[in-house]
Design a protein. Structure first.
Lengths: 671, 322
């Protein structure tokens, strides 16, 4: 041990110079704050973002040339401008959008005032709040990873802002301290996350989510609506089948059922009675679980057709699942469906509704159906005539149909002949009704792809689809997908590939697509697996899961109190383990020393413990005196150890020699 | 009134505070129950922000927000334990430094040692509202901190209590311990700016002691035992060779060249001023290299020359009637 004298001079309380940050620390805080604000910017109005960028520019210039930093009066002016800007854009300072804009502005303004380490610490601490605000907008995995990194850097900064480091290694020391803290924090974080009691209802509501537009199927169908949806790369829901999955041709996910057509759009018009529809015959039953993304709508999607309804939903007469509340959060539910079924006969009122025609039916549409009617023996044959028409005539299936005139259906059938699924479904249903066959349109999704990594199925918004059901006497409602009738040669792939890239639907034969697109697809599948696990384990964890866990542990009867007690006990235990581990931290001996210690320990075991004042030489002599039988072994060992440990020349081989010697050295107690 | 109550409460608790005692080897070792810990203002801010994050995340049932909030909660909890742990088993040794004059900074030398196989970060020392910059103590190593305390009174300056503090690792918590210590530094009286010339040989004549060389021409006055500080030139090496121990040969000019610095010869009425003047005289005379003695009421220091004599005399002056 040696003394390093360190002369310091006395300072009065709260020494000002020690609290002055250095330029690198200030820059680090500015960059961290900017990097954390950046992912929030897409959710803010451009005017707010422009103001934030202005402040950042002023701040960076002020870092390089400190005399240019705004004085107090200018900072006050900037603050007032910032608040006015927020008010002008959002008309409010509360609520999610208003609050986020105001906080981001104030946070950026604080950057202009980094005079002491205290200010820097405040900014580093507020990073946490800024991150939580962003999660109210989006909780994707990549954002979480990125912001987690930012939070870690904030901890490094806090450590760095503290004093008393070894000279020159300030950042490395801070990094090590923050790393150790974070590693130790992980088990505590998980315990708190799992066991901290959750609220089942919000304490207050700031109008979150209400204004955010959600992509998804709406409750009516206008021509062109689904093709808009189909270019969305977002997830609609995930499915996990129990047992076998249905064949590809049967993966119709049933949503709203539309009866009314006013010439321009299809709508449900009147809500079907929440009475269970009668099914005559049911086979091919399949069970599965769905995790539905928030839709802001009431209906739940189910494989065509559902037999049961989840707890807080009903199955109405249209064989559609309807929840009691609009879905504002992720919804997990289990359903049983039948792939083959037969519905009950129609009532007179229902038949009337299913035959209603809009006013804009043109004579050439009627002529077309009349021609088929002559040839067809019954309703089923009429439907086949219509499908043959779509197949025979040059109808194209494309995501980018040309604009249609005032009478969209007529124009589509006889002029443009290019459309997406809603065009075909709408036209087909109308033609059936003209021919006297009851018909309706069903919205939902078609398809889904299995993720080979996790085994679940994903259905994307780009899988949105519309098909029809016609009523055939004796068979009930029969699903007919007119889109499927189009000659596959006339399916236009290019538009989809260009618009969707990797996220295009399975419908567009991707096998012919480029290798790059395939790779991109694989990548998306992997990302989707990660997101599914993320959603399952983190985002979707709820009070119900907590209680289930508590039940498994046998504390179910204690409810929230049990949870709280369990949490406190678990946190205390973990902290205790960490502190004990810290206390038991041992010096790491160099290998030479470690072997010598082992040598001494083996001798101590037979009652020949080394005394504290004894060096290896004396110790060895004493052993030889007391146990002459060990002379050879001890002399050998020390002959290698002593020169290696105390000699001038380093001997790289000594460690190996000692190791070999130790292996054969097992002294026994003398009888 | 309120101040008096606060003072009384403080006084009351002052005796209840746990302090770190000095061990048998003169070193105080901080043990677990002697460490106090409270959040700093940054720590309170941290707590408030975490609370806000918790409320927001709970309210919006945002699990990701909760996850990050709990991470910060865990970091806070751990920071508290690490602050405590950073002081634990730190060895502190405090001793007084070299003597100084009133008006200067008395030094207290504090040795901080990391006896455990781990480093201690951000160790700050406090003594009565004075602190020094935080230091880092590598594992198994030690750091010496010289602490300045203003010397206001002559005599012995006792430092009986010191505070060791840390804000490691994140400056969110402040952990501290009170260390009992027994460090004394000698404080000499403040030298007067001017002093009258001292008396020669008992005080008959007032003669200014001119600096003169102690040459070989001086008369041999006799021998006396060696005292620390005597010049090696004056040691009777022959006597040493005859194994009669270290003996110093005393030379002098004529007897009248021995100066006496005498309390009773001074006119000032205030004893402190007299001591002050005497201090100045001791410094002046000692610088001239003349033999001198000191007479205080009840204390007589026989004449001698050299640094050691000066220190003896200054010590007498410092400790006179305290």
């Amino acid at each position: 041990m040696f003394n390093k004298p360190l002369i310091s001079f006395t300072k009065k309380k709260s020494p000002a110079s020690a609290e002055l940050p250095n330029a690198v620390q200030v820059l680090a805080v500015i960059l961290l704050a900017s990097a954390t604000t950046a992912p929030l910017m897409p959710y803010l109005h451009w005017q707010i973002n422009a103001f934030l960028l202005l402040l950042l520019a002023v701040r960076l210039v002020g870092w390089r040339w400190p005399h240019t930093l705004p004085k107090l009066w200018l900072r006050v002016l900037l603050t007032l401008t910032g608040v006015a800007n927020c008010l002008y854009v959002n008309h409010t300072l509360v609520g999610l959008d208003g609050g986020a804009a105001l906080f981001a502005t104030m946070f950026a303004l604080k950057l202009l005032e980094l005079n002491s380490k205290r200010d820097l610490r405040l900014v580093a601490i507020l990073i946490g709040f800024l991150i939580v605000i962003q999660f109210l907008f989006d909780q994707a995995l990549f954002r979480a990873i990125y912001l987690g990194l930012m939070l870690f850097i904030a901890v490094v900064l806090l450590a760095n802002l503290n004093g008393g480091f070894s000279d020159g290694n300030r950042w490395r020391d801070a990094l090590r301290i923050a790393r150790n803290l974070s590693l130790q924090a992980i088990p505590l974080t998980l315990i708190l996350f799992i066991l901290f009691p959750r609220l089942t209802a919000p304490l207050w509501n700031l109008g979150l989510n209400s204004e955010q537009a959600m992509t998804g199927i709406s409750d009516n169908m206008e021509l062109g609506a689904i093709s808009d949806l189909a270019i969305s790369g977002e997830l609609a829901f995930r499915v996990r089948f129990q047992g076998n999955s249905p064949p590809a041709a049967q993966r119709y996910w049933r949503g709203p059922v539309l009866w009314e057509m006013d010439g321009r759009r299809w709508s449900a018009a009147q809500v079907a009675a929440p009475i269970a529809a009668r099914l005559e015959k049911v086979t091919d039953v399949i069970d599965y679980e769905i995790v539905l993304e928030p839709t802001q709508q009431k209906w739940l999607f189910a494989l065509d057709v559902p037999l049961t309804a989840p707890a807080d939903a009903v199955r109405n007469a249209d064989l559609q699942l309807v929840a009691q509340q609009p879905l504002t959060t992720l919804k997990r539910y289990s359903v049983r469906s039948a792939l083959t079924y037969q519905t009950a006969p129609l009532t007179a009122a229902q038949r009337l509704r299913a035959l209603q025609l809009p006013r804009n039916i043109t004579p050439r549409m009627r002529e077309l159906v009349a021609k088929w009617r002559d040839r067809a023996a019954d309703d089923w044959a009429l439907a086949q005539e219509a499908l043959a028409f779509f197949h025979r005539e040059p109808f194209y299936y494309t995501l980018q149909p040309p604009r249609l005139g005032a009478n969209a259906t007529d124009a589509f059938l006889f002029e443009t002949k290019q459309g997406f699924c809603e065009h075909y479904a709408s036209a087909f249903a109308l033609l059936m009704r003209i021919g006297g066959v009851p018909a309706r349109v069903v919205l939902g999704y078609l398809g889904g792809e299995q993720n080979q990594l996790s085994g679940h199925w994903s259905v994307w918004q780009s899988d949105a689809h519309a098909w029809t059901e016609i009523f055939i006497d004796g068979r009930g409602w029969v699903r007919i997908d007119p889109t499927a009738a189009i000659d596959s040669a006339r399916v236009d792939n290019s538009g989809a590939t260009r618009l969707l890239g990797a996220s295009q639907s399975m419908r567009f034969n991707l096998n012919h697509a480029s290798v790059l697109a395939q790779l991109a697809r694989q990548f998306r599948l992997f990302g989707d697996t990660m997101n599914a696990a993320w959603q399952n384990w983190i985002l979707d964890f709820s009070a119900a899961d907590q209680l289930a866990l508590l039940n498994q542990l046998g504390f179910g009867a204690l409810r929230e109190y049990g949870l709280a007690v369990l949490m406190i006990v678990a946190v205390s235990l973990t902290l205790g383990v960490i502190v004990l581990a810290l206390l038991r931290e041992r010096v790491k001996h160099d290998p030479l020393e470690a072997h010598y210690i082992q040598f001494c320990q083996r001798l101590a075991r037979i009652g020949l413990a080394r005394k504290h004042h004894e060096g290896p030489q004396h110790f060895g002599q004493r052993i030889i005196q007391q146990r002459p039988d060990l002379t050879a072994a001890v002399t050998h060992f020390l002959a290698v150890y002593i020169p290696a440990r105390f000699g001038i020349q380093a001997n790289d081989n000594a460690v190996n020699q000692l190791k070999t010697l130790l292996r054969g050295f097992h002294p026994r107690q003398r009888r | 009134m309120i101040k008096r109550i606060i003072h009384a409460v403080k006084h009351h608790f002052y005796h209840w505070l746990r302090r770190v005692p000095i061990g048998n080897d003169g070193i105080a070792r901080i043990w677990a129950r002697q460490i106090y810990i409270l959040p700093t203002s940054s720590g309170l801010m941290f707590g408030a922000v975490v609370m806000l994050m918790l409320l927001g995340s709970l309210n919006y049932q945002n699990n990701l927000g909760l996850l990050f909030t709990f991470f910060l909660v865990a970091i806070g909890l751990l920071a508290m334990h690490h602050a405590w742990f950073n002081l634990l088993k730190l060895a502190v040794q405090v001793r007084g430094g070299a003597p100084v004059f009133v008006g200067e900074l008395a030094t207290i030398v504090v040795t901080l040692r990391a006896e455990q196989p781990r480093a201690h970060y951000d160790i700050r020392l406090w003594h009565e509202r004075h602190s020094v910059a935080p230091v880092h103590i590598p594992r198994g190593d030690q750091r010496q901190i010289t602490f300045g305390v203003p010397a206001t009174r002559r005599g012995l300056l006792h430092v009986t209590e010191l505070m060791v503090e840390t804000r490691h690792p994140l400056h969110l918590f402040r952990a501290w311990s009170y260390i009992i210590c027994d460090a004394t530094t000698l404080i000499y009286p403040q030298p007067a700016p001017h002093a009258p010339a001292p008396l020669t040989n008992g005080g008959a004549t007032q003669q200014r002691p001119f600096p003169q060389q102690q040459s070989g021409a001086d008369d041999y006055l006799g021998s006396r035992p060696y005292r620390f500080g005597d010049s090696p030139h004056h040691i009777d090496w022959k006597a040493f060779a005859r194994e009669r121990g270290l003996v110093v040969k005393q030379f002098g000019c004529e007897a009248g060249q021995t100066l006496w610095l005498d309390w009773s010869q001074l006119t000032a009425s205030d004893p402190e001023i007299r001591l002050s003047v005497l201090t100045r005289q001791v410094l002046d005379v000692s610088a001239s290299g003349v033999q001198f003695g000191l007479r205080l009421p009840g204390v007589i220091e026989q004449p001698a020359a050299g640094v050691a004599q000066m220190q003896r005399c200054l010590t007498h002056l410092a400790l006179f009637n305290v």
